[in-house]
Write a protein that binds this ligand. Structure first.
Ligand SMILES: [Zn+2]
Length: 334
């Protein structure tokens, strides 16, 4: 661990363990953003997975840490809390984006064990379907998780799409190879959705669907610990859609949640966090009081309820939550 990280961890620890440090958190809420919980911590540590994946040990460590320093509450309790009633410890709410199958298989047993509530935001076209998230399918195929034949075939497709693979992806050092895969995947975000969809089709299907199905959604909702909201229908970036397609995305995702859940949340979670004035107006017109973005910051009952900030949880800061505390502290002094 670098000197800088030791400094941040110490700062984060002091922040939560002294009343002077905790002062700026009084009355504020913390919304955390997660995506996936894998079965293996080593797999989650690689740079191309670190931001979106946590391992089971790191996730459990995070839950224990959160219960020590925070009131773990459902998202709506945090959003609707009376600003005058300030609990001893700051409130925190967990959110998961996309609707990954591992949320039911790997995250939920730990959430239930520690009785930590969470909200899951579904990209509804994927729920109960075998449709795959492009970054996962392309990323893992290029990583070689589905064998060399599939990898080489996808590399050819990518070359045709004008995105030849960088030489660094053949590096023998696992960390460096993973890091260059991360950068390469980020560069694919500029491709047209149809091209990304065709490339995803060129990947092997895998043995399990990537997303939750509706009976898992109902099972989780029936537990009383988990609630659901929309995260787009197709996971298209909402700011890039014309008015008609934006209306369609919002309507389709809302209808799917109304049909699949008993009590969908009045909270819209923007794919990639991307939102602007027009998107927020549409979301409000579709009956949503709140919107979740990806800018970092604390929830203080002021600011735009349709662009709420969140703190992303990576494998690294789940393993070392003092790093998360450090980021939260920075969030109190923007
Ligand atoms: Zn997403």
């Amino acid at each position: 661990m670098s000197i800088k990280q030791v400094f941040k961890r110490t700062g984060g620890w002091l922040y939560l363990n002294t009343s002077l440090g905790r002062g700026p958190l009084r009355g504020a809420g913390v919304i955390l953003m997660l995506h996936r919980v894998l079965t293996n911590d080593r797999a989650a540590e690689l740079p191309h997975r670190n931001e979106l994946c946590v391992g089971p040990e790191a996730f459990e460590h995070l839950l224990i840490w959160l219960q020590r320093y925070f009131e773990c509450v459902p998202l709506m309790s945090l959003l609707l809390a009376d600003p005058e009633s300030v609990p001893n410890r700051p409130r925190v709410a967990l959110t998961f984006d996309d609707g990954w199958r591992d949320n039911a298989v790997n995250a939920f047993p730990l959430l239930r064990q520690y009785q930590v509530p969470a909200s899951i935001f579904l990209s509804t076209d994927f729920i109960g379907s075998r449709q795959h998230f492009w970054w996962e399918s392309i990323g893992e195929t290029l990583w070689g998780s589905h064998g060399q034949v599939a990898r080489h075939s996808l590399i050819e497709h990518l070359q045709h799409a004008g995105k030849p693979l960088p030489v660094m992806l053949d590096d023998l050092d696992v960390e460096r190879r993973s890091l260059s895969l991360l950068h390469y995947l980020q560069s694919l975000k500029t491709l047209e959705p149809q091209v990304l969809s065709d490339l995803t089709q060129a990947c092997p299907p895998g043995s399990q669907p990537q997303a939750l199905n509706w009976s898992q959604v109902r099972m989780l909702e029936d537990s009383g610990l988990i609630r659901f909201g929309p995260h787009g229908a197709s996971h298209a970036i909402l700011t890039g859609l014309d008015d008609q397609r934006l209306h369609e995305e919002l309507t389709r995702s809302r209808t799917a949640l109304e049909n699949g859940c008993a009590q969908p949340l009045p909270v819209y979670c923007y794919p990639n966090g991307d939102n602007d004035e027009r998107v927020r107006q549409f979301v409000a017109a579709h009956g949503y009081a709140f919107g979740l973005g990806t800018e970092t910051g604390l929830y203080r009952h002021d600011g735009d309820p349709l662009n709420l900030p969140r703190f992303g949880v990576s494998q690294r800061n789940a393993q070392h939550p003092e790093l998360l505390a450090w980021r939260i502290r920075r969030g109190t002094h923007p």
